[in-house]
Design a protein around this ligand. Structure first.
Ligand SMILES: [Zn+2]
Length: 151
C-alpha cells in the first residue's frame, strides 16, 4: 500500500506559506525520495510563485522554479531526491481536488507519465487541514494518498 511520510515541521511550513498567500492560492513542490515502489518520503517543501491571473482559486507554478527544483534534485541525486509532486492551497475550500486540479494533473500526466503527488492545504478549514492525492493508474481520477503512521 502506498503511503506518504510528511513530518510535522514540513506540514507546518506548508501552512505558513498558505497563510502568507491567503486569500490567494499558494503553490510549490514536494521534493523527496521514493523508497521501494510506494513509500514517498518528503524531505523538502519548496514554495513557487503562483503565476495564474486568478490566484484566488487557481494556481500555475512558475516553470523557472520547476527548473530550479530539478537542479536542486540533480545536485542531491546521491540521496535519491526527486520532485515527488506539487502542493497548493485552497483558501476557501477543503483539501479536495477541484475539477480544474484534475484537468491540470491529467495534462501533466499525459506529458510526463509521472504519477505526481498533490498535497492540498486548507489553512482556513477548522485548525487547518491537509490531504494528499494521486491520480489512479489510468490517470482518470484522484485517489487519496494515505499518510504513513507516525513513529
Ligand atoms: Zn486546487
Amino acid at each position: 500500500m502506498p503511503s506518504l511520510h510528511l513530518t510535522d515541521p514540513l506540514r507546518a511550513e506548508l501552512f505558513v506559506y498558505a497563510r502568507e498567500a491567503d486569500p490567494e492560492e499558494a503553490c510549490g513542490f514536494l521534493i523527496g525520495r521514493l523508497d521501494g515502489a510506494a513509500e514517498y518520503r518528503v524531505t523538502h517543501v519548496r514554495p513557487a510563485r503562483n503565476l495564474h491571473p486568478s490566484r484566488e482559486d487557481r494556481f500555475t507554478v512558475d516553470p523557472l522554479e520547476y527548473k530550479k527544483a530539478e537542479k536542486f534534485c540533480a545536485k542531491h541525486a546521491a540521496e535519491g531526491l526527486r520532485v515527488l509532486g506539487f502542493w497548493h492551497s485552497h483558501p476557501q475550500s477543503p483539501p479536495r481536488p477541484s475539477s480544474v486540479d484534475l484537468e491540470q494533473a491529467q495534462g501533466l500526466y499525459a506529458s510526463f507519465y509521472e504519477r505526481y503527488l498533490y498535497v492540498i492545504v486548507s489553512p482556513n478549514e477548522g485548525a487547518g487541514e491537509l490531504a494528499c492525492w494521486q491520480l489512479n493508474e489510468q490517470g482518470r481520477a484522484f485517489e487519496p494518498m494515505p499518510f504513513a503512521p507516525k513513529r
